[in-house]
Design a protein around this ligand. Structure first.
Ligand code: UTP
Length: 300
């Protein structure tokens, strides 16, 4: 039986250059999608999947993230005095049990693989999840919960979330090389993984996105990985080694819509999608969008 996944790593040490100048002083993960920062969506998804230990890989200038998960005594007192219990309730998911959250620093942005490696001592010798907060997934059941369920059923190994992308977009992703006959259900058997291939070199159009369940062996692989594509230490390379050495990597086709909130276009799309789903905003926002579309049509 697979060991329970209790720990999750949140790599948040990237520079977020695509959102400059905003990210000059605000961590990307604090940017707000409707009324919650990106990081809150990732934490909520991890909690739903049964994660109890949260490991952040941070860097200089990310203190707003640490404060976000701390208590806010002044705000809490003001809300209590004014009997604004509904607002107090909204703060609850931002509080972490003492000792449930840990921070480790990545001193230089050497890539996602390096960021995960920085957490090796906190992870120890057990399976762990990795969630990239800029991938936000809208779904009925959280993406990581879907993966944990499938992982427990399949008995362990490494699992990466996968989705189909249009062939001209493969160079933006890690792409799975699927085994013959390996793509019959949600769990896809893979024989290789390539980081950011050009369309003509891509072995499929199944792209890896920012949710992983990994074995501690991947951390050991990271010990010896050299800088790969883009001069960074790639997590993909350490996972690909597991395919070669142990043939224990699967892709998981999750149910849901993924938004790349690390890019401006993806962030705007997510804002619209989550706005349309928000119970307090839905009707007004939809009315506004319809009006906007009608006006644009009329102007053409
Ligand atoms: P990105 O590739 O989106 O890089 O990282 P970035 O620096 O955040 O953003 P841009 O491209 O400059 O706009 C994907 C994830 O990996 C983390 C990021 O914080 C993000 O969650 N990451 C990346 C690190 O923690 N450390 C790194 O060295 C690189």
């Amino acid at each position: 039986m697979a060991r329970k996944v209790r720990k999750a790593v949140f790599p948040v040490a990237g520079l977020g250059t695509r959102f400059l100048p905003a990210t000059k002083s605000i961590p990307k993960e604090i940017l707000t999608l409707v009324d919650r920062p990106l990081i809150q969506y990732a934490i909520d998804e991890a909690r739903e999947a049964g994660i109890t230990e949260f490991i952040f890989v941070t860097s200089r200038g990310k203190s707003a993230l640490e404060d976000y998960f701390d208590r806010a005594p002044e705000i809490e007192k003001a809300l209590t005095d004014k009997n604004k219990l509904d607002l107090l309730e909204r703060l609850k998911p931002t509080n972490m049990d003492s000792g449930a959250i840990a921070y480790v620093r990545q001193h230089e942005a050497l890539g996602l693989g390096h960021a995960v490696w920085c957490a090796r001592r906190l992870i120890g010798n057990e399976p762990f999840a990795v969630l990239l907060p800029d991938d936000v997934i809208q779904s009925n059941v959280g993406c990581l919960k879907q993966m944990v369920d499938a992982y427990e059923e399949s008995g362990g190994g490494n699992m990466v979330a996968a989705m189909e992308v249009s062939p001209d977009k493969t160079s933006a992703y890690g792409i799975l090389d699927v085994k013959d006959g390996g793509d019959s259900g949600n769990v896809v058997n893979v024989k290789g993984m390539v980081e950011k291939p050009a369309t003509e070199d891509a072995p499929s159009n199944l792209a890896v996105i920012g949710r992983y369940i990994l074995t501690p062996q991947v951390l050991r692989n990271l010990n010896k990985i050299k800088r790969g594509a883009g001069g960074e230490i790639q997590l993909t390379d350490a996972i690909a080694e597991e395919i070669t050495e142990n043939d224990n990597v699967t892709g998981f086709r999750f149910a849901g819509q993924r938004y790349d909130c690390g890019s401006k276009a993806g962030f705007l799309q997510a804002t619209v999608a989550f706005g349309l789903q928000h119970p307090d905003l839905r009707d007004e926002f939809e009315g506004y969008l319809n009006e906007l579309v009608a006006l644009r049509h009329a102007a053409q």
